[in-house]
Write a protein that binds this ligand. Structure first.
Ligand code: ZN
Length: 624
């Protein structure tokens, strides 16, 4: 998701153009399992018939569900995300009760001083709400009993699913697309007809932590890996973009091929296949322009945007195309090769959100807003969270933070900005949060932060700092290697925080559990100070409870300077550095003294600002 706010200060004070049918590729086999790792599999077949007058659709769904767990399952859960967009839903209740709600859900109709937040969901009429209405559900052909609570269906199985067994679930359903409130919906403010994200009955994930049948409150998703085969029947004038390779381009046209034999009738049936994904998203509009651009040694990029926008917006949509190709190559080099043959950038008419092989975003912004601010972030999510599919509801910082980290790095490199610390904004935002007294740890469920900014700063900025600061702890080269190895070991899986830090430990040879625990599971802060300087002796002090290794710059009275490195004892080693390495510092000693060879003029802790010290004022002692 695109971040939505910055500072806490106010608060505290192709579709590969195939003409021929493409055989479905099976999910890639897992790498050798790591520590007994397993994951469930759900292969979807769906047929959807959309009525673009009523925005209602009929659907048929078959899921081949494979229980790769060691457990016998006597129930399963489905998400019905569209049910959130109804007055008095759990989402509506949260929007109405949370302090300072997201303005997209509840704009302030009062004043800045006396805000009145009005839930948009509460005002939806029956023909504007979203819903999925299940007509029938069967397991291996036999009818199932189920109960629906809001956005979650609990299904009692007729026959429990044994470890290793594959069963078939068949559902017939009817749905209505809501007026767009957030992410998904119809007829949004940019006039996009259909943005279809999290729109179908979707199996909840079961993993070694059990079921994750989260209600849809606001944030985000966790899904089962599998193959998708989706047929969408819709009015002939509509162009569709989204997840999956179009199988019948010759019957469709719409920018997917020029050689067409269009069938008779008012509607077309689009047939998509998406191998090894955990979501299927699409958008459709009768006024989409559709451009394509082949990334060298990469996927075909598709751009779908309203051709009715003013010329200046259309020019921006042309300008972003080569940059998007460059970005795809950049991220592939940085993290790991993009494994699909297509990626689509689609005007969905709402703030950016990441999906399988595509993103939906606001289309009317400036070049800076659209490319530097949104595409850079949403495309980064292809790696952090789509391919490295952490649980977004539970470990939100792993996708928002890591995506923000590579986004800022990419913008700094692609636009040759030359900033020493491209993440300095993130450090500042985190610092304001840490000093606010109302920080909640990053282990907080994404939907459970006291208010919106606390989530955003923790997930996006502190999560970003977690990564960039790790480069300070283990060294930049080791961080780059960690990111690549993390991708290699965990692509197409569901990694957790421990999985990431274990990779960093293996790459660096350093012990890092203290870093993961203190920075992500507590609100412990880092604050080091230069306590005193006496001729050739420096004394440093640890004020915050969270320890760190120290980079130190000492300048002498003759204007020469030396860089020192003080390892943290509990890391049992040190990062590669050209600085002079001194004795290590065990965290329980509040102070540490260091002798130099010449008379000191000034001392500075972490001169490049890569350590998230929440009080930098005491980092520098200048005797002149
Ligand atoms: Zn995001």
């Amino acid at each position: 998701m695109r971040k939505f706010l910055v500072c806490l200060s106010a608060v505290v004070a192709v579709f590969s153009c195939n003409a021929t049918e493409k055989p479905i590729q099976d999910s890639k086999p897992l790498q050798p399992p790591i520590n007994g790792y397993w994951q469930q599999k759900a292969d979807y077949k769906m047929e959807i018939d959309m009525d673009v007058e009523t925005y209602q659709f009929k659907g048929k769904q078959n899921i081949k569900y494979t229980n790769n767990s060691p457990d016998v399952l006597d129930k399963v859960f489905y998400h019905l995300y569209f049910n959130a967009f109804q007055p008095n839903s759990e989402m509506d209740a949260r929007v109405q009760s949370i302090r300072k709600p997201d303005a997209r859900f509840a704009p302030n109709v009062g004043t800045k001083e006396n805000p009145i937040y009005e839930s948009r969901i509460a005002k939806l009429e029956p023909n504007e709400i979203g819903y999925i209405d299940i007509k029938s559900l069967r397991q291996n052909g036999k009818k199932l009993v189920y109960t629906i609570s809001g956005t979650v269906v609990q299904v009692k199985l007729n026959t429990p699913i044994q470890p290793g067994e594959t069963v078939s679930f068949d559902m017939v359903f009817k749905g209505q697309v809501p007026i767009q409130i957030r992410r998904s919906g119809r007829n949004n403010k940019e006039g996009v007809a259909l943005s279809m994200a999290q729109w179908y009955p979707k199996l909840a994930e079961y993993d070694d932590e059990g079921w994750h049948a989260y209600a849809y409150i606001a944030r985000e998703f966790h899904g089962v890996w599998g193959n998708y085969d989706v047929k969408i029947t819709i009015d002939k004038t509509y162009t569709i973009g989204g997840t999956g390779y179009l199988q019948n381009a010759d019957e469709i046209g719409h920018g997917y091929t020029t050689k067409t034999v269009i069938p008779k009738g008012d509607k077309l049936t689009w047939h998509f296949i998406a191998p090894n994904v955990h979501d299927f998203t699409w958008a459709a509009d009768p006024e989409y322009a559709h451009d394509t651009l082949q990334v060298p040694d990469g996927p075909m990029l598709h751009f779908l945007y309203k051709k009715t926008m003013p010329q200046e917006n259309l020019d921006i949509w042309k300008k972003i195309q080569p940059y998007s190709a460059q970005l795809m190559t950049y991220f592939s080099d940085l993290v790991g090769k993009y494994p699909y043959e297509q990626y689509s950038i689609i005007q969905g008419g709402d703030g950016g959100m990441e999906y399988g092989m595509c993103t939906l975003l606001l289309g009317e912004g400036t070049f800076e807003g659209l490319f530097k601010g949104t595409i850079s972030h949403e495309m980064a999510h292809t790696w952090f969270q789509f391919l490295l599919a952490n649980n977004e509801a539970k470990h939100e910082w792993m996708d928002e933070g890591f995506a923000t980290y590579i986004e800022y790095k990419a913008m700094n490199d692609i636009f040759v900005e030359g900033t020493i610390n491209p993440w300095s904004n993130a450090y500042e935002a985190y610092s304001s949060l840490a000093n606010s007294g109302i920080e909640q740890p990053m282990t907080t469920f994404a939907d459970k932060y006291d208010f919106n900014q606390l989530y955003s700063i923790a997930a996006y900025y502190k999560g970003c700092v977690f990564m960039s600061q790790l480069g300070y702890v283990i060294g930049e080269d080791n961080l780059d290697k960690t990111i690549k190895r993390y991708f290699k070991e965990w692509v197409f899986k569901h990694p957790k925080p421990l999985d990431f830090i274990r990779v960093a430990e293996k790459v660096s040879g350093l012990e890092l559990d203290w870093y993961l625990v203190s920075f992500t599971q507590t609100t412990d802060v880092i604050d080091y100070a230069v306590k005193s300087v006496d001729d050739k002796t420096v004394t440093l002090e640890r004020i915050g409870i969270m320890p760190m290794p120290i980079d130190l710059k000492v300048t002498y009275t003759d204007d020469s300077s030396e860089d020192f490195y003080i390892p943290l004892r509990q890391m049992r080693g040190q990062k590669p550095t050209s600085a002079i390495t001194k004795d290590d510092w065990a965290w329980s000693y509040p102070t540490y003294s260091l002798e130099t060879s010449k008379t000191i003029k000034s001392v500075e802790i972490d001169p490049n600002g890569f350590m998230a010290d929440v009080n930098r004022k005491n980092n520098l002692l200048d005797l002149q």
